[in-house]
Every structure is written in structure tokens, then in C-alpha cells.
Write a protein that binds this ligand. Sequence first.
Ligand code: NAD
Length: 262
Amino acid sequence: MTASSKARVAVVTGGAGGIGAACVARLREDGWKVAVLDKNMDLGREVAAKYGAVAAEIDLAQPDSIADSARWVERELGPCSGLAAVAAHLENPHRPENQDAAEWAAILNVNLTGTFRTLVEFGKPMLAAGGGSIVTVGSITAFNSSPLQAYGPTKAAIVNMSRNFAGAWGRQNVRVNCVCPGPTRTPAVEASYARGERNPETMIRQTALGRLVKPEQVAAAIAFLLSDDAGAITGIELPVDAGTLIGQLWGMYGGLPQPPSD
Ligand SMILES: NC(=O)c1ccc[n+]([C@@H]2O[C@H](COP(=O)([O-])OP(=O)(O)OC[C@H]3O[C@@H](n4cnc5c(N)ncnc54)[C@H](O)[C@@H]3O)[C@@H](O)[C@H]2O)c1
């Protein structure tokens, strides 16, 4: 347990999802009191019950819902000093000319506007209290071209937005960092593999380490950045991607070294 985080209050938006639930588990292990906030309340309640957290509904597409949730957490658990802004609207690969307009709007509204409002609503009490720590969740799609036409740009914006907040709030002792996962084996991604929308083998070939990321590995990075052990760190992006980003140029030279075939 990180002594510095003992009994403090952390919020995990998207806490019902694969990476979010792993964050709830890890933050509880580290001694935080945790609020699971998610649109999916069936799963949200399940995760909260499993790890001894509390749960409430939030819809990042609704500004009032975000403000109401911030007040609910304060009433239920006390002042929040840690925020893991994990919730996002995911997307399947497609060509830009095939982008569905309603899905474009929904992804921007949740990932971009919703994340911005989440940081503002949960950050304001941290500013008033004289400190706190926020971790946003970007993606390696923020840094390069991908077939995720709306999702990728929102993740690039989250990287930029996190730096903006870090600059604005540093003197009030509120740190803001961004964890950028690579392909992570969550239940949703596993289901996408099963439906044939993504291929785990082609993804593994693109990683230097030759394996995909586990949700608890992303959660460990988030927990570290939320803790006082990261007290000198703000405004960074931390890829947790099994070496996917650093492997990109290897494609021009025949690809990353692969295990020898028998
Ligand atoms: N799994 C990966 O490979 C991967 C890679 C890079 C980045 N990420 C990022 O990690 C984070 C977690 O993703 P995940 O893989 O655990 O996906 P997930 O689908 O399991 O979790 C996302 C959660 O967000 C919630 N959510 C969606 N829309 C919402 C809304 N409007 N309001 C409130 N909650 C909402 C969902 O109900 C779900 O519980 C996301 O930000 C995602 O973009 C994931």
C-alpha cells in the first residue's frame, strides 16, 4: 500500500470497463476510497461490490450528469483528491469516407467534451482544497495514423488537453498526466477479436515485447501517477504499450524481430 494515498478519495470514470475495473481494484489495494462512475450501472455496481467501492451513474455526454456526480462523490465519500478519467466511447476501424456522422458526434461529445467537463467538475474542488492528482487516458492512436477516424483525434486532443490543465493548475498543486495504452486485452477488446473486427496476432507483431498489454498494467501506471510517489510529475504522456510506438519505423525494414519459427 502506498502510505500517501491511504484513505483518500479517488474517482474512476469508466470504472465498469476493462481498464477502469482494473484501476478500481488497484486503487482499493493501495488504500484509496473509490467511487466507480459509469454509464453501465449493472457492471458498475458489480465492480464496486467486488472491490469494496461505491458506484453511481454518470453519462459523459450530459453536462449535468458530470456535475451531479462530482457532488454525489463528495457527499458519499468526502473530498476527492484523485481522478482517473478512463471512460471513453470506443470505435471500430473504417475509412474516413465511411464515417457515420452520428457516431462522430457521439465520440467527440463523450471523449473530448465529456473528458474536459470531467476534469473541470472534479478538478474545481481539488483547486479549492489546495491539491489533487488527475490521470487522463489517451491512447497510442494519439501519436500516429490509424483507421480509428474519430476516436484517434479525440485521444490526440486528450493529450493536448491534459498538458493544458497541467500548466493551468500546477501552482495550485493539482497534477495532470495522461496514460496512453496500446492494445490492451480487456473483455471488450477480446469480444472484438472474437467478432473478427481486430486480429490479436497482427497487433502482437507490432509490439517490441511480443505481447499485448494487460488491464492491470495500465492500472499500475495510473495508480503510480495518482500517488504522491509521482509528486514531481505533471503534464506527461506515459505510453503503456508493450513497445508498440517505438516499433513503428521497423515496418520499413521488414518489421520487428519475431520469435524464430520451428
Ligand atoms: N483496450 C485498449 O486496447 C485501449 C487502448 C488504448 C486506449 N484505451 C482507453 O482505455 C480506456 C478504457 O477502455 P477499455 O478498453 O477499458 O474499454 P471499455 O469499453 O471496457 O470501458 C469503457 C467504459 O466507459 C464507459 N462509458 C462509455 N461511454 C460513457 C459515457 N458516455 N459516460 C460514462 N461512461 C461511459 C463504458 O460503459 C465502459 O464501462 C478508454 O479511455 C480507452 O479509450 C483502451
